[in-house]
Design a protein around this ligand. Sequence first.
Ligand SMILES: C[S@@+](CC[C@H](N)C(=O)[O-])C[C@H]1O[C@@H](n2cnc3c(N)ncnc32)[C@H](O)[C@@H]1O
Length: 272
Amino acid sequence: MTTPNTDELFQSTYDRVAARYDDLWSRHVQTPNDRLTRGLGLRRGERVADLACGSGAATLPMMRLNAPGETVAVDPSAGMLHLAREAAASEGLALSAIQAKAEDFIAAAPAASFDVLSMRFALAYLDWHSVLPAMGRLVRSGGRVGVLTSLATSAPQALTIYHRIAESMEMEINEPPTPKNIGIVEELLARGGLRIDDSWQHGFRLWFGSGVEATRWLLDTGYVTHPALKGLEGEVLDGLVELFGAHLDGEFREDDGLPLDFFVTGIIARRP
Ligand SMILES: C[S@@+](CC[C@H](N)C(=O)[O-])C[C@H]1O[C@@H](n2cnc3c(N)ncnc32)[C@H](O)[C@@H]1O
């Protein structure tokens, strides 16, 4: 439901949502985040980069393991980066925070300059077909790369309604911006000279009070960032949220509320 050419929209979304991001999203993905961090096998003194670090929800647990090694946190959103910096400072940890897109950081970083790279929940916002193969160059021999991402199969309820509304309005339908399956991510990482050590899937269901509440959450978290939403606000946006929410309720409402199902995949790759 996104395309990679909507940079400004992503950045403004994340600057706006920064303060509420951990409550809206991070707490729901603690389990897969912890599993990826464990899989990276971090050691004291190692040099780590967390690309698209966001609020630092996953950066901090890594820093606790590699300190006093340097951790570089990269994100184009000033609001998110500020939170990551503050979180590290509150634990007395020194974070090297860089405001940049992952693509630019990867292109500029020297080869084999990191022991560990992590990139979590960011593939929807960048051209992962070129970014994933480029990651291997940055890690030294024995270095690890961890990728955590939602899959295109995630939030099928929202996808169904998006297709229905787009077809009824004769709008162009954008396919989900995340990979369809783990195999695609594995293959692209391997192209960068990495060997896949481990990969797994994790599913979870979130419940909302109504379709409108679920739709607002999808927008507020940045989970859905369609180019057609750019610049929409006030009554027009509210109308769209009402319409989408009513369709969600009509099709998927259960006794306990409105469910959205999420499927994420974690991959650990290593440079031999
Ligand atoms: C869904 S959040 C994930 C944040 C963090 N990795 C986590 O798991 O909590 C996506 C993050 O990607 C960042 N982002 C968007 N476009 C990016 C790009 N081209 N390169 C790096 N980060 C990007 C956003 O600013 C946002 O902080």
